[in-house]
Design a protein around this ligand. Structure first.
Ligand code: NDP
Length: 234
């Protein structure tokens, strides 16, 4: 039977690639989007992950359409880069609220159904910069590092109920998020990547699909890098 999957921020970029990969494998896949149109062929629900009321309403719609969420991918995320001396408090808290507290909101809501089912897969999309750090991204790196501690604690809490919680840490991926960097910045990053190129969103999706699969039943609390070797050793 098709599993009920929800991918946050699944209308573009990495999230859309994850949603398409899981749909291709036969799951019933819903995505959240904030503005614009939902992607074709996927069940879309409008949701801003900075609002618990939005998250709750979105889960309600997904449950009514395709049943309780068995696989949650917390992918929605933002950057607001600036150096620390210039970083306003709201620039810091806005990123933490969307990336880390957003992951808490959706994971908490997902456990409601998963605990009843006594099975589930939660995959959080962090980043290589959680471990490496990144100048200009104290807010983003802190939010992404926080996701790892969050995931590992949740993994310990939920393991006895057949629910796994894992993290995928992508490196430098070809999406709108990295398209804002100029060519010189992109070249500098590429020089530090052993595989010498950016990832395609589909390459992140493959790792997520594995963690969401039955084959990954014995993996929980793991951080899987998909970064071309950029973060090796961390
Ligand atoms: P994009 O900027 O292309 O897409 C971000 C997605 O998140 C969009 O769907 C966006 O929705 C959604 N989103 C952002 N804020 C919210 C919010 N408050 N509520 C609901 N949805 C929201 O990013 P990527 O695809 O590149 O990134 C996806 C994830 O992967 C992020 O968590 C990012 O941090 C992480 N990542 C990306 C890397 C990269 O190199 N690209 C590297 C490592 C990690 P909308 O379209 O409505 O704005």
């Amino acid at each position: 039977m098709a599993r009920s999957v929800l991918v946050t921020g699944g209308n573009r970029g990495i999230g859309l690639a994850i949603a398409r990969e899981l749909a291709r494998a036969g799951d019933a896949v819903a995505v959240t989007y904030r503005s614009g149109e939902p992607p074709e062929g996927l069940f879309g629900v409008q949701c801003d992950v900075t609002s618990m009321a939005d998250v709750d309403a979105a889960f309600g719609k997904v449950e009514a359409e395709q049943g309780p969420v068995e696989v949650l991918v917390a992918n929605a995320g933002i950057t607001r880069d600036t150096l620390l001396p210039m970083m306003k408090e709201e620039t810091f808290t806005e990123v933490v609220d969307a990336n880390l507290t957003g992951a808490y909101r959706v994971a908490k809501r997902a456990t409601k159904g998963m605990l009843r089912l006594r099975r589930g897969r939660i995959v959080l999309i962090s980043s290589v910069v959680a471990m490496l750090g990144s100048a200009g991204q104290t807010n983003y790196a802190a939010s992404k590092a926080g996701m790892i501690g969050f995931a590992r604690s949740a993994a310990r809490e939920l393991a006895s109920r057949g629910i796994t919680v894992n993290v995928v840490a992508p490196g430098f991926v070809e999406t709108d998020m990295t398209a804002v960097l100029d060519e010189a910045q992109q070249e500098r990053i590429r020089q530090n990547i052993p595989l010498g190129r950016q990832a395609r969103p589909e390459e992140i999706a493959k790792a997520v699909a594995f963690l969401a699969s039955e084959d990954a039943a014995y993996i929980t609390g793991a951080v899987i890098p998909v970064d071309g070797g950029l973060g090796m050793g961390h």
